[in-house]
Design a protein around this ligand. Structure first.
Ligand code: PLP
Length: 426
């Protein structure tokens, strides 16, 4: 595999961008490859290699790259303007459709990134409860700001920068999938009475994939209701991916607020805070919780979102089963290869998301994920890359499938995993 041109680009990049990238997880040793375009399930590198993409903008491209139904509508919008900062009809349409398909959505505010959405969701929860403490789970990632960077997953797994920040003093971090520890914390009069919100990924997807154990979400919902704590589902990854109505629809648990990004725009920067009217209407100008943004509800991203959601609604009955079937085929094959070769590894998966952990034990929380063999993962990454398969270059991320992935892509991917895993064994 020849990445000569990428190497030369990286040496230019390193001089003008910290470690040559604009987001930490994009860097890996010795250097990342550079990409020039994407179409359907594939990306084309600057070195003219075609790779099947299982990173998909870290889950954003649920329909695939350059999806015609989205790009066509974007092109029409571009001829009409890109930013007004004046209300548009499309923003109303988007909020209307969100309130139909997102279980907790009585009102929405459209913003730009996942970080922005979770940050304002927390601010809303604090204003609503008049309490200060945030509870999050270790290994979960809600964005790159101080209050939630404590013991965060994704690229922050190896960084501790958020933990020393004064803002993080009001953040309590608890282990995922341990309802007893959570109960102790919440029900302790001194420690629990100041909890404003629990913010959580219903499925941890920033430390690989970690599923909630039976009743975990249900028990959290019960506890939060009892103690006047706002439950925030951070559905930046699971939203529109696990089901049209996200993890909330999938698991049948309705939070007070849910945040969306990624698949909401199929690759365009857009996010949404959705929730109960009495909480959402605290937002300025109807209430006193200030939130503002020049690019919020910009017509290009809103058009991308409307086109994406229209496609998801239309194709719902074929799209989700197709995503699930293709993912299951890959996951079942990986499990068989692991067994055949006697490798210590486990695979976690749900819907169109999966990850392999090189660990003997089940992975049910962040501490389990940290015990997996990172060198083995690195070898797997490079072996797959040699076979034209691109997965996120980190153990602490998730592999995703899109509607554009074909059975042929899946066959090729299975063959690549088979060969890669047999080499790992040696
Ligand atoms: C669950 C979750 N929440 C929030 C974010 C932050 O989103 P953004 O990178 O758009 O700010 C991410 C990003 O990966 C995420 O996975």
């Amino acid at each position: 595999m020849n990445f000569d041109y990428s190497r030369s680009l990286f040496s230019r990049a390193e001089k003008v961008l910290p470690k040559g990238v604009n987001s930490p997880v994009r860097y890996y040793e010795p250097h990342p490859f550079f990409v020039s375009s994407g179409i359907g399930s594939k990306i084309i590198t600057q070195d003219h290699q075609t790779l099947i993409d299982y990173c998909l903008g870290y889950g954003a491209l649920i329909l695939g790259h350059s999806y015609k139904g989205v790009m066509g509508r974007i092109k029409e919008q571009l001829d009409r303007g890109s930013l007004f900062c004046i209300p548009t009809e499309k923003e109303v349409q988007l909020a209307e459709v969100l309130s139909k398909i997102v279980p907790c959505c009585e009102m929405a505010r459209i913003v730009n990134t996942g970080s922005e959405a979770t940050m304002h969701a927390i601010r809303l929860a604090r204003a609503y409860t008049q309490k200060k403490t945030i509870v999050k789970f270790d290994g979960s990632y809600h964005g790159a700001y101080d209050e939630v960077l404590v013991k965060a997953g994704s690229g922050a797994t190896l960084s501790t920068s958020g933990e020393s920040m004064p803002e993080s003093r009001n953040t309590e971090v608890l282990p995922f999938n341990n309802i007893e520890i959570l109960k102790e914390k919440i029900e302790d009069e001194k420690k629990g009475e100041d909890v404003a919100c629990i913010i959580m990924e219903p499925i941890c997807a920033n430390v690989g994939v970690i599923l909630p154990e039976t009743n975990f979400l249900y028990e959290i919902r019960k506890l939060t209701k009892k103690h006047n704590i706002v439950l925030i589902f951070d559905e930046v990854i699971t939203g529109f991916r696990l089901a049209l109505g996200g993890a909330s629809e999938f698991f049948g648990i309705k939070p007070d607020i849910a945040t969306f990004a990624k698949a909401l725009g199929n690759g365009f920067p857009i996010s949404a805070i959705c929730g109960k009217k009495e909480i959402m209407s605290q937002l300025a100008p109807s209430g006193s919780v200030y939130q503002a943004s020049t690019y919020a509800g910009n017509p290009v991203s809103v058009t991308a979102s409307l086109a994406t959601i229209d496609t998801l609604i239309e194709a719902k009955n074929t799209l989700y089963p197709k995503l699930g079937k293709n993912c299951d085929r890959i996951v079942d094959a990986i499990k068989d290869f692991i067994k055949e070769k006697g490798i210590d590894a486990t695979v976690n998966a749900i819907g169109s998301m999966y990850q392999i952990f090189f660990s003997k034990n089940k992975v049910v929380n962040y501490q389990d994920a940290l015990k997996s063999d990172l060198d083995m993962f690195k070898k797997l990454y490079f072996e797959l890359l040699k076979k034209d398969i691109f997965i996120p270059p980190s153990q602490f991320e998730t592999c995703f499938l899109s509607f554009s992935h074909t059975e042929e892509d899946v066959d090729k991917t299975i063959d690549a995993y088979g060969e890669a895993i047999s080499i790992l064994k040696k």
